[in-house]
Design a binder for this molecule. Structure first.
Ligand code: HAM
Length: 416
């Protein structure tokens, strides 16, 4: 085959595209009910948008971005994630100007140059939400709860919520110093990327894909020992609120997330089925400020749609999506084909799906087409039907046949 899709990308067609749209409509109807409004941003941004937010030392920025110069020599990047672009849009359009909490959701393709495998793609789709306005453990709980409710409404089981805090500014500063102190005489045992991370942001060493499982990293200082009293209290109140709402979770000291913008609460929903995160997110106190916006904190999460789809397929959770075509029209001469086109148009206007044969006039190939499509009804139009205005309609499911006047076909097919 001469042309194949790019490695790590997916084609969606037939049942797969229906599954994709099913997930999309289900999750967006839930978040609309929570008062979120949709934000649609471009799929590429100035590269700086991601570098300054996700962080230079992160894998995403240092290794995975699709960055290119446009014809005006501007450095642009296909978005590797949604949060930074949503914040950019929020600040640029001064959406903070009116008071109150702002809640947005977004859908769309993200791009990361990762090693492709099941559940990890170079173009994948995220559904995410971002909430701006308050730093409160109750808001953290509410946002996590909405992710939990999305999973329950899709009936997905076998998911664990892992949660941690990476503290406020002071906690992270103390922790970063402790990590530098711990790693400074162990650098020779770390990969070159980690040596770089040591200088730029030692917390990123903890999510290194090469050294991540080594004892040096496992024995590194834990953030929980460097939290300020305020950060501890904030986290405990978030956990208490989750307890009250009966959301099960596991506290995981090692969870630091691979993006630099997080502060305080971070979380991931992990699938038992393949150990991958199906959803991840957290709070970010300073991101809006770092985009020259006001001092407003944010929190959000993003689901990987492909990962949701894989689990739903595994757990057999999709409803029947391959709908039957309602009607196939069989027409026995050229004049009847014109009649068939007119009838098809009227039926389609009434939301009845219709297929017809455009080429053959004899019955045999047209019944063959109909067998393949397997419609609920077959309408036959020949000279006699045209002249009398009464059509032969076969009810395929109930195995019966009736003569139906043209103006009654819609009611007949709709079962009214
Ligand atoms: P993230 O953990 O990088 O966070 O990605 C969120 C989710 O996107 C993951 O949990 C996973 O389900 C999916 N995902 C990530 N990479 C891939 C991939 N290569 N192939 C398939 N699925 C993938 C973020 O992107 C943050 N912006 C989340 C967030 C929103 N934090 C605050 N607000």
């Amino acid at each position: 085959m001469a042309y194949q899709k790019v490695k790590g990308t997916l084609d969606y067609f037939d049942l797969d595209s229906k599954k994709y749209r099913f997930i999309e409509s289900k999750v967006s109807s839930i978040v609309k009910g929570y008062g979120f409004s949709e934000m649609i941003t471009p799929i590429f941004e100035n590269t700086e948008v991601f570098v300054r937010s996700v962080g230079e030392a992160s894998d995403i920025v240092s290794k995975e971005m699709y960055t290119f110069l446009d014809k005006g020599e501007r450095s642009l990047t296909l978005r590797p994630e949604g949060t930074a672009a949503i914040v950019r849009c929020f600040v640029e359009n001064k959406l903070y100007a009116t008071p109150g909490i702002k809640k947005y959701y977004y859908f769309g393709p993200m791009f990361r140059y990762e090693r492709p495998q099941k559940g990890r793609y170079r173009q994948f789709n995220q559904f995410g939400v971002e909430v701006y306005g308050d730093a409160s453990p109750y808001l953290d709980c509410d946002v996590i709860y909405s992710a939990y409710k999305i999973l329950s409404s899709l009936k997905i089981k076998g998911i664990k919520l892992k949660i941690n805090t990476i503290g406020d500014f002071e906690s992270r500063k103390n922790y970063t110093d402790a990590l530098r102190n711990y790693f400074k005489d162990k650098l020779e045992f770390l990969c070159d990327d980690c040596k770089n991370r040591f200088a730029k942001n030692p917390m990123r060493i903890l999510d290194c894909k090469v050294d991540g499982e080594s004892d040096i990293i496992k024995n590194a200082p834990k953030i929980k020992d460097y939290l300020t009293d305020e950060a501890k209290e904030y986290f405990n109140n978030t956990l208490k609120a989750l307890d009250e709402l009966k959301v099960p979770y596991i506290c995981d000291d090692n969870l630091v997330r691979g993006l630099d913008y997080y502060t305080d609460t971070v979380f991931e929903f992990i699938s038992d089925f393949d150990g991958l995160a199906i959803c991840a997110g957290g709070r970010y106190a300073d991101l809006i400020k770092s985009f020259d916006g006001p001092d407003i904190p944010g929190i959000g999460f993003a689901f990987g749609i492909e990962r949701i789809k894989n689990i739903m397929e595994q757990e057999d959770l999709f409803p029947k999506l391959d709908n039957l075509t309602d009607v196939v029209i069989i027409s026995l001469d050229d004049e009847s084909k014109i009649c068939a086109l007119k009838l098809a148009s009227i039926l389609r206007e009434n939301k009845i799906t219709v297929e017809m044969d455009y080429k053959n006039n004899s019955l045999k190939p047209q019944f063959k087409l109909s067998d393949r499509i397997n419609p609920k009804y077959i309408v036959i139009i020949g000279e006699a039907e045209r002249e009398s205005g009464i059509y032969t309609v076969k009810d395929v499911l109930n195995k019966k046949e009736d003569k139906v006047e043209l103006n009654k076909i819609i009611d007949y097919v709709k079962g009214e």
